[in-house]
Structures are given as structure tokens and as C-alpha cells.
Design a protein around this ligand. Structure first.
Ligand code: ZN
Length: 243
């Protein structure tokens, strides 16, 4: 795992094929992503249960990216989702590549709040990308970009379905994304000016959020498919989205 090997700043930039200058510009863009129309408390009760969230994400993926139809089916049939993990050992959501049966495993504590619904949609994105990218190594910014984009596709699908909480979920996802960009942006900016900076996973979020925001404005099914299946390169996504 990248977290454990702690790459240098240069190795991290090289892995993504992006210069420090481009990364700075992505950090700047992440601070200007669309915020919520109004703030929504993360503790707002979710009207959707975890199964409904997962199914809605599969529908959202299938409709936004027709090439991912099979992946959407596999996400429903093969991915193990544990919404009741041991809270002391696994307080935060995560997705493993392989639970030992050749399919991803999602751990996502569920307390029936809107934050849990958005978090589960994020993990759906990670699981779907793992299924679609097979043996390709997807760099962390592109992993987080697709997971954040899935939050957006989930909220968009709820809106299409006329779900009463579509607006709240879209707003909470945006509010959370902006908060992450605001939190990690200055840390990454600081790291970009000191080449000896110690890697932290949070560096991936500001550029990922800038990318997912740009890609989500007018989702292009073919481009999204390259992001999901791990064949997209970051420089081409930056150029294609005009970032
Ligand atoms: Zn993630």
C-alpha cells in the first residue's frame, strides 16, 4: 500500500505523471469546487437503507456509463459489504481489493445517517473500480477521483428517481468534498514547496476532488469508463477537462 511505503513527493508526482506546477493548479481548483446550496447536518437521518444505497449506486453507474453494466451487476452480486464491522477495530470505512474470494470487501459502519449513505456510495466507487480495473494499478488520486464521482452519480440518480432526499444528499456530498479540499489543500500546497515533505494519503484528496468535480459537470460515458477501468492517465484527464 502506498500509505505504508511512504513515497517521496517526487515519487508521488511521478506516479501520477503530473508536475508540481500542475498539482498546485489542481489544489487551487479544488478550493473553488461547487459547494452545497445549503449546509446539511451529517447526522440527518437517511431515508435509504444500506442495500438501497448500494443498489442505487449500481443503477447510477449502469446508466451513466453503459460500458460498466457488467461491473454494476458484479458490484451487486460479488462484493461483500459489511455495515456492522467491529467499531473499535474498524471505525472508518474502507474497501479491500480481495476478501479472499477474488472480489472486493467493503467495511462501512452504518448508523442510518446521511453521512453513512454518502460514505457507502464512495466505497461503492472504490469497489466498482477494483472490479473494472482488474490487475491494473490505479494511482491513488484516480481512485479517490472516481470514488468522489460516485457520490455525485449517486445523488444525481436519486434526483432522477425523484427521491425526497436527493437534494440533501447532493448538498452533503458537496459540503464534505469542499471541507476536505479546504483541509488538505494547504497541507499539500506546503508539501509542494518542501521537497522533503512526508507523504500523507490526504494529499490525494484536493487533486481528486478537482478532477471529480470537473468530470461530473457533464459526465462523458467513454471518459468515465477509462477512469473506472484504470486505463486513464492523469495528464489526459487534466487536459480533457480543461483543468
Ligand atoms: Zn476513498
Amino acid at each position: 500500500m502506498l500509505e505504508e511505503t511512504r513515497p517521496t513527493l517526487l515519487a508521488w508526482l511521478t506516479l501520477h505523471g503530473v508536475s508540481a506546477e500542475q498539482m498546485r493548479s489542481l489544489v487551487d481548483r479544488s478550493g473553488t469546487i461547487r459547494g452545497p446550496r445549503r449546509d446539511v447536518s451529517p447526522d440527518t437521518r437517511s431515508k435509504l437503507g444500506p442495500d438501497e444505497v448500494w443498489e442505487c449506486c449500481a443503477t447510477a453507474l449502469r446508466l451513466a456509463v453503459p460500458a460498466a453494466e457488467q461491473i454494476a451487476k458484479e458490484a451487486l452480486s460479488r462484493v461483500m459489504v459489511n455495515v456492522n464491522p467491529d467499531r473499535n477495530r474498524y471505525p472508518r470505512a474502507f474497501t479491500l481489493h480481495d476478501a479472499g474470494n477474488g472480489a472486493p470487501y467493503v467495511s462501512c459502519p452504518w448508523d442510518g445517517r446521511i453521512v453513512d449513505a454518502v460514505t457507502l456510495s464512495h466505497e461503492f466507487g472504490h469497489a466498482a473500480q477494483i472490479l473494472a480495473s482488474a490487475d491494473r494499478e490505479v494511482p491513488p488520486i484516480l481512485r479517490e477521483a472516481f470514488a468522489h464521482l460516485t457520490e455525485h452519480l449517486f445523488a444525481r440518480q436519486l434526483n432522477i428517481d425523484g427521491h425526497p432526499q436527493a437534494g440533501d444528499i447532493a448538498d452533503y456530498a458537496r459540503q464534505n468534498a469542499l471541507a476536505m479540499a479546504v483541509h488538505y489543500g494547504p497541507r499539500l500546497r506546503r508539501a509542494l514547496s518542501e521537497s522533503s515533505a512526508q507523504y500523507e494519503y490526504g494529499w490525494n484528496y484536493p487533486p481528486a476532488l478537482a478532477l471529480s468535480d470537473a468530470l461530473g459537470k457533464e459526465p462523458d460515458p467513454e471518459r468515465l469508463w477509462t477512469l473506472i477501468n484504470g486505463s486513464a492517465e492523469m495528464p489526459e484527464l487534466i487536459a480533457a477537462t480543461g483543468l
